[in-house]
Write a protein of this length. Structure first.
Length: 327
């Protein structure tokens, strides 16, 4: 197992290096940081613009390979991801938003997986019964609701609830507002902030895992080895729990692993609705402001998450199904 993991990690490091390098060249080719200055009226002197772009190592008048080597040395030897066009450090901005995204996404992701997979198994066992039809109808309803509409709906309910009880139970913006030193009040304040965005992110995730896990389990329930287990005297629930469920969880595990990056950077609408400065909003900002270094840093983080998820998917797949050989 250790040898297998070491090989996979080495391959993933090479893949990550190639992917990040290609992202740097593509971002440098399609983004135009100079336009940030030239669109001002009147625009700054050209010499001043060039100095600012040179300071951030994003001057289009410098050969791209020269800029790439400088950027790569800075990242490898100093862990410095460069400056944005406004001269703010990219590394500090990303590190702050990573923590906000972790706080926002972690609980919602775990709840979405547990609830979604649990409901998927429950409905698959009761295929075409009223429980299955009802839960599938509810899932379809939430599936077609845009995240922005769902977020605003949850906010309106929370505001109405606060008004009904005459106290602010739920906060609708940010992740923290308590400035004191009490750990209990800090945790309570955080929970008051995190509940609403967690609900908004959990519901679509749970719906997706519910529908996919139901499909995977229904396919597995009709497999020959499950029917053989039933013929040997196992009940349906026993056959599903001992044989079908483990196999049906493999594609779900792969989906979960490869969705890690998108979970962090894809919560743009939720972060916007609840005014949370996470990675999703920052990624959109880097694209709209021609921030080459910032977009590459976000892409690098996404690449690390994706490849870490791929490694976890391999390991969990082998654990769930001993027939898979790690060689």
């Amino acid at each position: 197992m250790i040898k297998y993991i070491a090989k996979r990690v080495a391959n993933y490091i090479i893949m990550l290096f190639v992917a990040i390098s290609m992202t740097y060249f593509l971002a440098s080719a399609f983004m135009d940081p100079r336009s940030n200055y030239m669109e001002r009226h009147p625009h700054p002197p050209i010499a001043s613009i060039n100095r600012a772009l040179d300071n951030a190592n994003i001057n289009d008048q410098t050969p791209i390979f020269v800029r790439y080597v400088r950027w790569l040395k800075s990242v490898l030897f100093h862990w410095d991801w460069g400056l944005a066009p406004d001269q703010s450090p990219v590394g500090a901005a990303v590190s702050q938003r990573i923590m906000a995204s972790v706080e926002l996404v972690t609980l919602a992701t775990v709840l979405g997986i547990v609830i979604g997979v649990g409901i998927g198994v429950y409905t698959a066992i009761r295929q075409y019964k009223w429980q299955d039809r009802t839960l599938n109808m509810v899932a379809t309803f939430f599936l077609v609701i845009p995240p922005a509409v769902l977020g605003l709906f949850v906010v309106l309910i929370a505001i109405s609830f606060n008004g009904l009880v005459g106290s602010r139970i739920f906060y609708v913006t940010g992740l923290q507002s308590y400035q004191g030193s009490s750990p209990v009040m800090y945790v309570l304040d955080f929970l008051q902030h995190i509940v609403l965005p967690t609900i908004v992110i959990t519901i679509p995730g749970a719906v997706g895992y519910h529908l996919t896990q139901r499909t995977y389990l229904l396919d597995t329930m009709n497999a020959d080895y499950v029917r053989t287990a039933r013929a040997k005297g196992l009940t349906l629930n026993q056959a599903i729990r001992r044989h079908a469920l483990r196999t049906s969880l493999i594609p779900t595990t792969v989906n979960v692993a490869f969705s890690i990056a998108s979970v962090f950077t894809g919560a743009v609408i939720t972060e916007t609705v609840f005014a949370i400065n996470g990675l999703g909003r920052y990624f959109v900002t880097t694209l709209t402001t021609n921030d080459i270094n910032g977009s590459v840093c976000i892409a690098a983080f996404g690449g690390v998450c994706t490849l870490a998820g791929a490694l976890l998917a391999d390991i969990f797949s082998a654990w769930l199904d001993p027939r898979i050989r790690l060689s």
